[in-house]
Ligand binder design. Structure first.
Ligand code: ATP
Length: 234
């Protein structure tokens, strides 16, 4: 289980996170929701070691990983998929996937290419294509598949739906749910698209101005009209 406890982080005078605490239980999706500037991306970057917190702790299966460097995080089983679908456009789909193996977790069972093609049939069809020729949805699938090559226990996903058509968002979210149910992953999912995120999540954490407003089961949050209107935009 990933546990975030009393995490605070700032950019100079801007307090982006203030005493944020929540848990990501094993084999679940926890969605972090909230308006622009709520602190969602900062939270993922702090959990994955890209930003040094001012205070607070992050533990994975009881081990304190708060100050681990990003490469070590990956070795420990925590893989961050940042916003923006960064693929290497001059390499093929297969070559991009191979890069994911470089950060492989120490205790992870290697994921075979055949398994990846099975899980991502659209990528299998394009395996020899340069990544630069992929659509936005295919690139998003590629960055998720590449992250799986590192055999993570916990995947941190930042805004996978950004700029994608609703039909493609639905496909990607279904895929994430399948990875959790069938591969035993845990996912910390940051999303602006609260309605879609809550439809696949187990838990929802609502952030506002760097603080947790509430943590609830996803279906309960989706049913709470007051919270939805105030913080979730639907
Ligand atoms: P968005 O969906 O727009 O990315 P967010 O919920 O992810 O929003 P953050 O990007 O984490 O929010 O931003 C939290 C706060 O920190 C905001 O007030 C933002 O303006 C500020 N902030 C973010 N990045 C920086 C930075 N590099 N330098 C200074 N302030 C920053």
């Amino acid at each position: 289980m990933l546990e975030v406890s009393e995490l605070s982080a700032s950019y100079g005078p801007v307090k982006a996170l203030q005493g944020v605490s929540f848990e990501v239980p094993d084999r679940t999706i926890t969605a972090v929701l909230g308006a622009n500037g709520a602190g969602k991306t900062t939270l993922l970057r702090t959990v994955s070691g890209l930003i040094r917190p001012q205070s607070g702790t992050v533990t994975l299966d009881g081990a304190d990983i708060t100050h681990a460097a990003p490469e070590r995080m990956s070795r420990l089983g925590l893989t961050h998929v940042p916003e923006g679908r960064g693929v290497i456009t001059e390499l093929t789909v297969t070559e991009n996937l191979r890069l994911g193996e470089l950060g492989r977790a120490r205790n992870g069972d290697p994921v075979s290419m055949d398994r990846v093609w099975e899980m991502f049939p659209k990528l299998a069809d394009r395996r020899s294509a340069f990544a630069g020729t992929l659509s936005g949805g295919e690139r998003q699938m590629l960055v998720i598949a590449r992250a799986l090559m590192a055999t993570p226990k916990v995947l941190l996903l930042d805004e996978p739906s950004l700029g994608l058509a609703p039909r493609i968002v639905a496909q990607i979210f279904d895929l994430v749910r399948t990875l959790v149910d069938e591969q035993g992953l845990s996912v910390l999912l940051v999303e602006q698209n609260a309605r879609s995120a809550l439809s696949i999540a187990d838990l929802g954490v609502v952030l506002n101005l760097g603080k947790v407003v509430t943590t609830q089961e996803a279906h309960a949050l989706a049913a709470d009209e007051g919270l939805r209107h105030a913080y979730l935009g639907f």
